[in-house]
Write a protein that binds this ligand. Structure first.
Ligand SMILES: Nc1ccn([C@@H]2O[C@H](COP(=O)(O)OP(=O)(O)OP(=O)(O)O)[C@@H](O)[C@H]2O)c(=O)n1
Ligand SMILES: C[C@](O)(CO)[C@H](O)COP(=O)(O)O
Length: 234
């Protein structure tokens, strides 16, 4: 059976959310934080997998206390993040034991479904890499930074990329030996820069990243309405 380890990155500070605490510690429903909801989705989908949660160094004690209260301390290990998501993932990789595949997921995508996790794992088992993505619903324009003029972009050629992104462990470990570049906004871009091809699989429209207060409101409603099921029709 495939030996897959999971890195949940929650090392950010949530600047765009503008809350008093990093957004991963905000409640999604009642006592359950966004990060706990995310963690529980992986515990349910991959019960035998090692899970490492990456946190801002200064927030470890806050999370430990939440874990004590919620009885989830024994379900995962912790490591400290860095100044960028890239650095946080790299620290997470270093904290993992031996494994065949690694899944990297944003701690602030709590509506990820077990189905999507399994789809990504199955795609990575077949192709070595798996990157969930969806067709955008909006129209897009490219803006010229010098003139300020804009031109439409053919949205048929675009996909909005999500997590979990799953990779053969050797590919991900090798790729993360690179020096940081600003265009490394996800793990696929790091792996691809190392000369590998990445395989897209179908993401889920409800698998939103909670970035701003509006996203949190939407996530709470979706959670209430469908408990994070794929609810394309909502
Ligand atoms: N140095 C960082 C930055 C981000 N992340 C994680 O990467 C995911 C996606 O990042 P984002 O939504 O940008 O989170 P923040 O960096 O916290 O948000 P902001 O950019 O608004 O500060 C989040 O789960 C976040 O905690 C991380 O582990 N380490
Ligand atoms: C990894 C990611 O969620 C894929 O869509 C996204 O790139 C993270 O971007 P952020 O600017 O760090 O939120």
């Amino acid at each position: 059976m495939t030996n897959i380890s999971v890195i949940i990155v929650a090392g950010g500070s949530g600047t765009r959310m503008g809350a008093a605490v990093p957004k991963q510690f905000l409640p999604l429903e009642e006592e359950k934080t966004i990060l706990e909801a995310t963690l529980r989705r992986f515990l349910a989908a991959l019960p035998d997998s090692e899970i490492v949660v990456v946190l801002p160094a200064a927030e470890t004690e806050r999370w430990r206390e939440i874990c004590r209260q919620r009885n989830i301390s024994e379900t995962h290990r912790l490591c400290s993040g860095g100044a960028t998501r890239f650095e946080s993932v790299r620290n997470g990789i270093a904290a993992l034991g031996p494994c065949d595949y690694i899944a990297v997921h944003d701690g602030v995508r709590p509506l990820v479904t077990e189905r999507l996790i399994h789809t990504c794992v199955a795609t990575a088992e077949r192709y070595g890499t798996a990157v969930p993505a969806i067709r955008p619903a909006d129209s897009f324009r490219r803006v010229d930074a010098t003139t300020g003029k804009s031109r439409p972009v053919d949205r048929e050629t675009l996909r909005a990329v999500q997590t979990p992104q799953v990779f053969r462990a050797d590919l991900l470990r090798r790729a993360y030996k690179a020096d940081y570049r600003p265009e490394f906004t996800d793990d696929a871009s790091v792996v691809e820069a190392n000369g590998e091809q990445v395989t897209l699989c179908e993401g889920e429209r409800t698998n939103i990243k909670i970035t701003s207060p509006a996203d949190l409101l939407i996530a709470r409603i979706l959670r209430h309405a469908g408990d994070g099921k794929e609810t394309d029709s909502l």
